[in-house]
Design a protein around this ligand. Structure first.
Ligand code: F6P
Length: 328
């Protein structure tokens, strides 16, 4: 594998996700395997603008495969949205001689890197790292599996206490625009109802379902709500049900950022390792402006036009159908 790339810069950007460290490790080690130099750019685009760039060796990424978060830190950077910001970033990369980039993150990371490629033509590859799993062009993004398992674990614990007290719980999981965590943690956790941002939602139907359950001796109820629900988050839904009926003893749990941390599952570690190697090999094989993805067992490279045109990894409506059947 020979080409003109000598120095690869790697960074994480946007919301962190468990498995990002495993991806960094894979990028660093595979680059060194192919005799390239690797540099870590701290805090994503912010570090690119501030020139916070550090040389990485094979040992710099020892003992991180199992760690949540990102050793390179991350940020959401407004300045990179401006041409001036990107110009400064380009100069800093040039100063270090960096001639290729690997960005690990979600939609915002991709959009930024695509724009940067169009302006400065530095070969760039993105690795999907977001718990939301909302990226077109890949079945899975790094961190989604871990976050969903974290949510399931929490739901199981809530179920114990819900059952003891015969309570109705509204459990809010992350996902402003994506119902992936809600759907799969809801099905796996045996939720009575799952509310996702991709659907309009119907409060009356939800209420009727809860009342119907109460008449068939349903002792405890768990409703899983994605934070971007169009009929209100967990607090709002709890308030609306309480207003209508004194029958239920209602509690709310918002899982929040605990879904973003923790040791990645085997699935996320393997996914991150494969994608990290694929990103480096893709660059060395001439990919210039692409996102690594996984389709079934295959690694694929999507160009940015494909990702931008379809926007969102569609939710699995079959799972929602199953959840409805199983919640009687
Ligand atoms: O994109 C990942 C995500 O965790 C979303 O699910 C959530 O809506 C958002 O990030 C929260 O962002 P922040 O950490 O900036 O509050």
């Amino acid at each position: 594998m020979e080409n003109s790339i000598h120095k690869i810069g790697v960074f994480t950007s946007g919301g962190d996700s468990p498995g990002m460290n495993a991806a960094i490790r894979a990028v660093v080690r595979s680059a060194i395997f192919y005799k390239k130099e690797v540099f870590g750019i701290m805090k994503g685009y912010e570090g690119m603008i501030e020139g916070e760039i550090v040389k990485l060796g094979a040992r710099s990424v020892s003992n991180i495969i199992q760690r949540g978060g990102t050793i390179l830190k991350t940020a959401r950077c407004e300045e990179f949205r401006t041409p001036e910001g990107r110009e400064i970033a380009f100069k800093n990369l040039k100063k270090e001689g960096i001639d290729a980039l690997v960005g690990i993150g979600g939609n915002g990371t991709f959009t930024g890197l695509h724009k940067f490629y169009e302006e400065f033509k530095i070969p760039s590859i993105c690795i999907p790292g977001t718990i939301d799993n909302d990226l077109a062009g890949t079945d899975y993004s790094i961190g989604y599996d871990t976050a969903t398992n974290t949510a399931v674990d929490a739901i199981d614990k809530i179920r114990d206490t819900a059952l003891s007290h015969s309570r109705l719980f509204f459990i809010e999981v992350m996902g402003r625009h994506s119902g992936y965590i809600a759907i799969n943690s809801g099905v796996a956790g045996g939720a009575v109802a799952i509310i996702v941002p991709e659907e309009e939602g119907d409060f009356e139907k939800l209420y009727d379902q809860l009342i119907a359950g109460s008449k068939t001796n349903k002792k405890s109820n768990l409703v899983v709500v994605a934070e971007g629900s169009k009929i209100g988050g967990a607090n709002e839904l709890a308030r609306r049900v309480e207003e209508r009926s004194k029958y239920f003893d209602i509690k709310v749990t918002i899982l929040g950022h605990l879904q973003r941390g923790g040791s990645p599952t085997y699935f996320d570690r393997v996914l991150a390792s494969k994608m990290g190697v694929a990103a480096v090999e893709g660059l060395l094989n001439g990919q210039k402006n692409a996102m690594v993805g996984v389709r079934g067992r295959e690694i694929v490279y999507n160009d940015f036009e494909v990702i931008n045109s379809s926007q969102h990894n569609e939710i699995d409506s079959e799972s929602l159908r199953i959840a409805k059947i199983l919640s009687i």
